[in-house]
Design a protein around this ligand. Structure first.
Ligand code: ATP
Length: 237
């Protein structure tokens, strides 16, 4: 890796109350790249994302965004610095229509509602077709598209994606990952968390496996795929 990473964690120790969950996590996401953080339930992946978005403060270690040390910065300050986290569970308003949800995103940007809609509907035509539908009545994949529209609008430097494939059919997952790839091509640096999604490894530039609050392996996606099938599938896959 050359130059300053878009996002870097150095030796992060963190947890909830007195329970330590991350025991010295380091990783670096180069500018404009996709970094996939994989691992089983409870490994600490979501906690790592919450460290990156400022939701949880580390008890040790450093968080750097574009080279600036940001430990202790509030989520709002990090959002201003260009960090956007799309939470697990979609983070949308189920009782508002698609168009009304998009209106909510405009409060966080200088874009007009029209510009926001144009961006979202251009990337996800299905949202345009369903603009008057209540978000909560859409399919899981459509809801995830709506959630990801926030990233199009926020134009973030760093995008944090938490299990975007959860519970979704492979075709929809492939469609969402095409968008991930396109966002990275526009220069957005992406840290994404999944359990063991092959699709994630297919679009990632770098990948790591986390187990029990530690990075067990980091490297090229192909090497990580081998490691994952060895470690978790007994080499069967
Ligand atoms: P999953 O894939 O299941 O979402 P994960 O790798 O994202 O798992 P985390 O959600 O980061 O893992 O959880 C790591 C550990 O921290 C787990 O043991 C979990 O029970 C614990 N934990 C997570 N959130 C809290 C919380 N708010 N309070 C206390 N413990 C928590």
């Amino acid at each position: 890796m050359t130059g300053t990473a878009a996002l870097e964690l150095r030796d992060i120790v963190a947890g909830y109350g007195r329970i330590e969950v991350l025991h010295g996590v380091s990783l670096a996401v180069p500018v404009g790249s996709v970094f996939a953080l994989l691992g089983p339930n409870g490994a600490g992946k979501s906690t790592t994302l919450q460290i990156c978005s400022g939701k949880i403060r580390p008890s040790r270690g450093c968080v750097h965004i574009a080279g600036a040390h940001v430990n202790g910065a509030a989520p709002e300050a990090l959002a201003k610095a260009g960090v956007c986290r799309i939470p697990e569970g979609r983070g949308i308003f189920p009782n508002l229509t698609v168009a009304e949800n998009l209106r909510m995103w405009t409060y966080a940007t200088d874009l007009s509602l029209r510009e926001v809609q144009e961006k979202a509907y251009a990337r996800f035509p299905r949202l345009g077709e369903r603009r008057t539908q209540l978000a909560g009545t859409m399919s899981g994949g459509e809801q995830q598209m709506l959630a990801m529209s926030r990233a199009l609008v926020a134009d973030p430097g760093v995008l944090l994606l938490d299990e975007i494939s959860m519970g979704l059919a492979p075709l929809i997952v492939a469609e969402l990952y095409e968008v991930v790839r396109a966002l990275a091509a526009e220069g957005i640096s992406i840290l994404l968390v999944e359990q063991f999604a092959r699709t994630a490894l297919a679009v990632a530039d770098y990948a790591a496996v986390m187990t029990q609050g530690r990075i067990a392996m980091v490297g090229q996606p192909a090497d990580v795929a081998d490691f994952v099938s060895e470690a978790y599938l007994g080499g069967a896959a």
